[in-house]
Design a protein around this ligand. Structure first.
Ligand SMILES: Nc1ncnc2c1ncn2[C@@H]1O[C@H](COP(=O)(O)OP(=O)(O)OP(=O)(O)O)[C@@H](O)[C@H]1O
Ligand SMILES: [Mg+2]
Length: 343
């Protein structure tokens, strides 16, 4: 497996993922209308290199967890391809898949729920080594090393503790130790600090950032919270109803958001600098699942203050502004005019 930074370790090529939408009991009634479909991911393409952190931002239902599930191999794309180190996952043998599952690890939102309360810290962190058949005599040393890399020092002092003996921040560090113990090349962290006390969030973000650099991993960092992005991400993908609204290096996007949706997300941050903590997003920004069956249009058009006829009749292709791709018909025009500052 390649160690070089700069090489894509993960590549999505036009990935779509469609689900049947939940219709509850209606689906059981004979003759009931066929259920509609939700396009959770719609034509997603990107490359991710080792040593890089990609932030995935979007409101609830935008497809962040679906993207994570496709990335770690829990879900297969409905169409398009997911490549790991240049090879299409769809062609992987059982042995390849097994190796892949060791190489791509997740850190979950809730360290209280993600750690088995009946397992000691040793058992928790050792389990992936057992599953991946690492020799017994190496395991304790690997566990201690992973704990210490996660800043639980001395690692040996944590081995026989149980999760309930640790603080929330320490538990998330145990979850991180478990995720890195196999020496993976990719981590996916789905809202990894949102359940934690504000006082420990910065420490966990710093830890993740330094692990990515020191161990040459790539990280996909999922969040609702734009205030965290500037602290950890190199690149940013703003998702809206399964589609990429804006994608590129984090700094220009945070300094000068171009897509009206990114601007709205930033406007929901109650201070001029999006890198300090925001309040919750307003209700109208929440729960915008895409339902397949709309005519071709910009999926943000119904909520955009800049919508014109073109937005309702054609899907915007990504346009490149500097290093940033923006899926908006009007991005150049709005960038020049005063309209961009309208509320
Ligand atoms: N297994 C599934 N079956 C049917 N629909 C699904 C399934 N998983 C996700 N969806 C739908 O796909 C869309 C995207 O969901 P997803 O969980 O990826 O969003 P999210 O961005 O992670 O949201 P949140 O911020 O709430 O975690 C939603 O409309 C959701 O209802
Ligand atoms: Mg989610």
């Amino acid at each position: 497996m390649s160690e070089a930074n700069g090489m894509p370790v993960i590549e999505f090529a036009q990935v779509c993922k469609t689900y049947r939408s939940h219709r509850g009991m209606g689906e059981l009634i004979p003759g009931a209308k066929a259920s509609s479909q939700v396009r959770a991911l719609d034509d997603i393409s990107f490359r991710l290199a080792r040593g890089r952190v990609l932030g995935l931002v979007g409101e609830s239902g935008s497809g962040k967890s679906t993207l994570a599930n496709v990335l770690v191999g829990l879900e297969a794309p409905t169409s398009g391809r997911m490549l790991f180190e240049g090879r299409d996952l769809a062609g992987f043998s059982r042995t390849d898949k097994r190796a892949f599952h060791g190489q791509v690890q997740m850190v979950f939102q809730d360290p209280y729920a993600s750690l088995n309360p009946r397992f000691t810290i040793r058992q928790t962190v050792e389990e992936p080594l057992i599953i991946h058949r690492h020799p017994r005599h190496e395991r304790t040393q690997r566990v201690i090393e992973a704990l210490e890399r996660s800043e639980l020092r001395p690692g040996a002092a944590f081995l026989d503790k149980y999760p309930h003996e640790l603080s929330g921040g320490q538990r998330q560090r145990v979850a991180i130790a478990r995720a890195i113990v196999l020496g993976p090349s990719v981590l996916v962290a789905d809202e990894p600090v949102s359940m934690l006390d504000v006082s420990v969030r910065a420490g966990i973000l710093r830890l993740l950032r330094s692990l990515i650099e020191r161990l040459g991993m790539a990280l996909v960092f999922i969040t609702h919270d734009l205030s965290l992005i500037g602290q950890i991400c190199d690149d940013l993908m703003i998702l809206y109803r399964g589609k990429v609204a804006e994608f590129g290096p984090a700094v220009p996007i945070l300094d000068h958001p171009r897509h009206p949706y990114t601007q709205q997300l930033m406007a929901a941050v109650p201070v001029p600098d999006a890198r300090v903590p925001p309040a919750e997003l307003p209700a109208q920004l929440m729960n915008a699942a895409g339902v397949v069956g709309d005519g071709p249009q910009c999926n943000f058009a119904p909520r955009c203050i800049h919508t014109v006829a073109t937005c309702r009749s054609a899907v915007p292709l990504p346009r490149r502004i500097g290093d940033v791709e923006v899926a908006c018909h009007r991005v150049e025009e709005l960038g020049k005019g005063a309209a961009i500052t309208e509320k």
